[in-house]
Design a protein. Structure first.
Length: 164
């Protein structure tokens, strides 16, 4: 952990490191959500018996002959739970997602301990709003006096920089 000379507490992670960790995690999450969607599609097609895709192919232009499979509304909670589960698993168990590990930052509770599952859930919900309001919940970190984003404050957590 990197410590601040003034108060010997851990140094807050800067916005740049947080954004780069988010970018790394976004690529990993996209791959995970695509794999989940593929498995869900196979299960949905198997359960509904909707195998009509290959029967309608009768020209050389395959893209125009294929009909999309209707996956229904359950795909949204499935993907949402995979998304939330990713962050809850990593934050609760290690305090770091894979992107955070690469950029040497870690999320801890206000008393520098591991965060609880409830803090993880609050953090995910509040992060949605931090990002939704034109990123203002993150951009507040550009102020020198502020060391916590909106979702850090809401969940009583902080993101610290680890030693190089």
């Amino acid at each position: 952990m990197s410590y601040d000379e003034k108060n010997t507490g851990p140094i807050s992670a800067p916005l740049g490191r947080r954004l780069m960790a988010m970018l790394y995690d976004a690529f990993l999450l996209m791959a995970l959500l695509m794999c989940t969607s593929a498995v869900y599609t196979v299960i949905a097609v198997s359960l509904t018996g909707d195998f009509t895709q290959s029967a309608t192919i009768n020209t050389d232009d395959v893209l125009h002959d294929l009909k999309p499979t209707k996956l229904g509304w359950p795909i949204f909670p499935v993907l949402g739970s995979v998304y939330c589960g990713f962050f809850i698993y990593f934050w609760h168990n290690t305090g770091q997602t894979l992107g955070m590990l690469v950029w040497k930052i870690k999320v801890v509770s206000s008393n520098d301990e591991a965060i609880s599952i409830a803090q993880c859930v609050i953090r995910i919900i509040a992060a949605f709003f931090s990002f939704s309001f034109l990123g203002l919940g993150y951009l507040i970190l550009l102020r020198k006096s502020t060391q916590q984003s909106w979702h850090d404050r809401a969940s009583k957590t902080k993101v610290i920089r680890l030693s190089e």
